[in-house]
Design a protein around this ligand. Structure first.
Ligand SMILES: Nc1ncnc2c1ncn2[C@@H]1O[C@H](COP(=O)(O)OP(=O)(O)OP(=O)(O)O)[C@@H](O)[C@H]1O
Length: 804
């Protein structure tokens, strides 16, 4: 089944008509009567092409539409009207020419089209609406000139920015030098080709012939061995070829050296700048992505390959130009024809392939990425994987992604287009041969013709490699855009400039907060509190009540969305953060250590210990801190002492040891503000008491402000103020004694932690005893067990009765 959709000449755009046909011939002859007869052919000078309709021809039709005014002007000038043999009928602007399409209804594709593009599109749209034409598929397949231009336009800012970033003007000398070297190398190559073509002149070995056919050979032989005999000519030829080889080799070594130096200097500069930029990003960004993804942003492969890509393009372009100059010197007419034919063929064949391949390539890359992520995640979580013995789950997931990626095969059309692109090279060579020998009938010598054909073949390769370089550049435009997006990403948390002395007086004034990743879930509601130098403030509350969040706000990992935090009367936003953080220390709930020695981990927080400093200078300080944190003994028992490596994220030391190292690091810093977030949770009672004592001593001697978060309420009993948080609200505050007397939330927490109640000792125990809560609890437990025993006896008696 076939269908013809058409717009008659002069009709409005919405007057599309259609008719169905059973036979192909009848549909085509109907289309011919409507004006679509000659439309599949177009004429180029004396050549006339006639091809069946195909998506990539859209590009030529656009081109033809584009060139229509120029062609009309030319026809007018020559007073020639478009006859029936012309490729298209010309219409004065303002008129509505006829347009139409012929559709194959079985494959719902277009097999013929005529008329101007916008009018044709109307027919396509109606056919698509009526379900007779798969317009989307057709558009996906075709790459019109407009789309190509659009693509170039969309990639232009990215590529422009890339060039600006590479700052070729700053490296002008180097860029020109690269181009110069490329020019010398390609000249060597071209001369070599021309000399190879001159071999034919050896047959007759006449000086006149040599002079006429090969200027290069004549130049060499007249200066060296003479041009009179076959032997002398052969010697000259060999000498010329050898000299060229040596020259090209030398230049090539220099070129490699220059390119590598350029690449290396650019890489060092861009990588360090990127790392700086990455570390300046908000914590929020690191929480949104995995650590690996963030790390990859600071070392993008695409930017590393850029200098090489650009220098290769400069080189290929220079080679191309040199080849064209040599070709031109042999035959300007043939060169002109060749230079116009090659790009036209190349664009047509590749436009189609590119569009087809891009989608599947992206999907394939995505799936490969998933597979890599599965492996990385399994390695990071290896303990969990092994504990649950779920190795099979991870391997199956990886296999699935890899299989999916491997399953993405080239479609038949892609394959055909690929083969077409490869054979195109040969076809162009043959066309040149035909053009030169038959059509143009140039009076060339054998040497010239051979040189020309050899150069044409070389030029073909150069065009191909330039095209694939441009293609690569376009393909990287997505990654480049992503990279530029990262570069443009500015942290929301900008440090201030105030860097006065730090006393450590922290004030929270009506602070409310929600994490940017979950803005709808408020974590803190109007929190007000104060940390005073020399005093300890404790935050207690159930899990998820917002204790750790408060710590993050003190360190300004985030900004509160309501209220203000002051440090020594200056808003936290105004503080220079690096300066402030040098006076603050945090012993976190899950301390993480760097994969280096104990010594380096301890000295990490010491601002005066820089990368170029000798760690031995801080030895005494470090050992004193380790002793205070009860860490010296176990460190000394390690085989390497302070030089022992602690493993990835501190994986080779125990949780308690990590905490003590973390406490030692904090002690070493002598901070003005010390935050202990479950700092001793992984320690046994004995070590906890010792470390706690060390911390108390540190607080007493340094007079720093301390904030303690602890689940074990025994840890906070000495605090000057205890703040009870419940779902982000402050529900109670006061000393331990006051809160116990209040018999409110804190009291309930203590009650639930009956095991640690004894630790609270003193006042708390007295209050408890006077309240007799323990007796009540015991009575409750007794009553419960009594009831359970009675129920069990009853059930047993009932069973016995049933049996009898
Ligand atoms: N990075 C984050 N992004 C989004 N929500 C978070 C984030 N961190 C914590 N939360 C949420 O904020 C709330 C408070 O968490 P927070 O860690 O402050 O509690 P916590 O009192 O310290 O708990 P715990 O005692 O278990 O450490 C929780 O509901 C938690 O799910």
């Amino acid at each position: 089944m076939w269908a013809v959709y058409w717009l008659a000449e002069g009709s409005a755009d919405d007057e599309v008509q259609s008719r169905n046909f059973v036979g192909r011939e009848s549909a085509f002859s109907f289309a011919q009567r409507l004006g679509g007869g000659q439309e599949m052919a177009w004429q180029c000078g004396p050549l006339r092409f006639s091809v069946s309709d195909h998506p990539w021809l859209d590009c030529f039709r656009d081109l033809r539409d584009l060139l229509r005014p120029a062609r009309l002007a030319a026809l007018e000038a020559r007073e020639v009207n478009g006859g029936p043999g012309e490729s298209y009928v010309e219409f004065p602007s303002g008129e509505r020419p006829g347009a139409g399409i012929v559709l194959d209804l079985v494959s719902t594709s277009r097999v013929k089209a005529w008329g101007p593009h916008p009018r044709r599109k109307k027919c396509e749209e109606l056919a698509s609406e009526q379900g007779q034409f798969n317009l989307k598929r057709w558009r996906d397949m075709s790459m019109s000139l407009a789309e190509t231009m659009e693509r170039i336009q969309s990639a232009r800012p990215t590529l422009g920015r890339l060039l600006a970033m590479m700052d070729l003007r700053r490296h002008l000398a180097r860029t020109l030098f690269t181009a110069g070297i490329a020019a010398v190398m390609s000249t060597c190559d071209s001369v070599k080709t021309v000399l190879s073509g001159a071999v034919f002149t050896l047959i007759n070995a006449s000086e006149q012939e040599v002079k006429k056919d090969s200027h290069f050979l004549h130049f060499i032989c007249s200066w060296t061995f003479g041009c009179g005999s076959r032997l002398s000519l052969a010697k000259s030829l060999i000498l010329g070829l050898m000299l060229l080889a040596v020259l090209k080799g030398t230049v090539s070594v220099i070129s490699q050296h220059v390119t590598k130096a350029f690449k290396d200097s650019y890489r060092v500069q861009s990588r360090t700048e990127l790392f700086d930029h990455l570390l300046a990003q908000d914590l929020e960004e690191f929480e949104k992505q995995t650590a690996r993804v963030m790390a990859n942003k600071a070392s993008p492969m695409v930017m590393d390959s850029m200098p090489l890509m650009v220098t290769s393009m400069v080189r290929t372009l220079t080679e191309l130009l040199t080849s064209l100059i040599f070709l031109y010197s042999i035959s300007p007419l043939m060169t002109f024809m060749y230079a116009t034919a090659v790009p036209a063929f190349q664009v047509a064949a590749q436009a189609y392939l590119r569009k087809q391949a891009k989608g599947s390539l992206r999907r394939e890359r995505g799936l490969e990425g998933v597979a890599n992520r599965v492996v990385a995640e399994a390695c990071e979580m290896i303990k969990v994987v092994k504990t649950f013995s779920r190795e099979d789950g991870h391997t199956s997931l990886q296999k699935l992604s890899l299989e999916e990626a491997a399953g993405m095969k080239l479609t038949v059309t892609q394959g055909v287009a690929q083969v077409a692109a490869d054979t195109l090279q040969q076809a162009i060579y043959c066309v040149s041969l035909w053009l030169g020998l038959v059509w143009v009938n140039v009076d060339s010598s054998a040497a010239e013709m051979t040189s020309f054909l050899l150069l044409v073949s070389k030029l073909g390769h150069q065009v191909n490699s330039f095209k694939s370089q441009v293609e690569d550049l376009f393909n990287t435009s997505d990654s480049l855009a992503e990279h530029f997006e990262f570069l443009d990403q500015q942290p929301k948390i900008f440090p201030g400039t105030y860097d006065g002395p730090v006393e450590g007086h922290v004030v929270f004034e009506d602070v409310s907060f929600a994490y940017p990743t979950r803005p709808e879930q408020k974590v803190l509601h109007g929190l007000s509190m104060e940390l005073q130098p020399g005093k300890t403030t404790a935050l207690v509350g159930a899990s998820g009540s917002g204790k750790s969040t408060t710590v993050q706000l003190i360190f300004r990992y985030y900004d509160p969305f309501e209220g203000t935090i002051f440090i020594d009367g200056v808003p936290l936003k105004d503080w220079e953060l690096t300066h402030l953080h040098r006076h603050m220390a945090l012993v976190a709930q899950e301390p993480v250590l760097f994969n280096t020695s104990v010594r380096q981990n301890l000295l990490y927080g010491l601002p005066q210990c820089r990368i170029e400093s000798d760690p031995k200078d801080f030895e005494d300080q470090m050992i004193a801190a380790a002793k205070a944190a009860c860490a010296h003994e176990f460190i000394s028992n390690f085989p390497g002492g302070y030089d022992t490596n602690v493993g990835d994220r501190g994986g080779q030391v125990s949780g308690g040891q990590k905490q003590r190292l973390s406490v030692a690091r904090a002690i070493l810093m002598q901070p003005r503000i010390l935050v202990l977030d479950e700092a001793t949770s992984a320690l046994d009672a004995e070590s906890e008491a010792i470390v706690q004592e060390a911390l108390d001593r540190l607080v007493a001697s340094s007079g720093s402000s301390v904030m303690v978060i602890a689940h074990r309420l025994s840890t906070v009993r000495q605090a000057d103020e205890i703040i009870c948080l419940r779902e982000g609200h402050v529900v109670e505050r006061g000393t331990s004694k006051e809160l116990m007397e209040l018999r409110g939330y804190y009291f309930t927490l203590v009650e639930k932690q009956a095991v640690t109640l004894d630790d609270i000792g003193g006042a708390n125990a007295e209050i408890d005893r006077s309240l007799g809560w323990r007796a009540k609890a015991k009575a409750k437990v007794k009553a419960k067990s009594k009831a359970a025993a009675a129920a069990a006896t009853e059930a047993a008696e009932a069973e016995d009765a049933e049996e009898t």
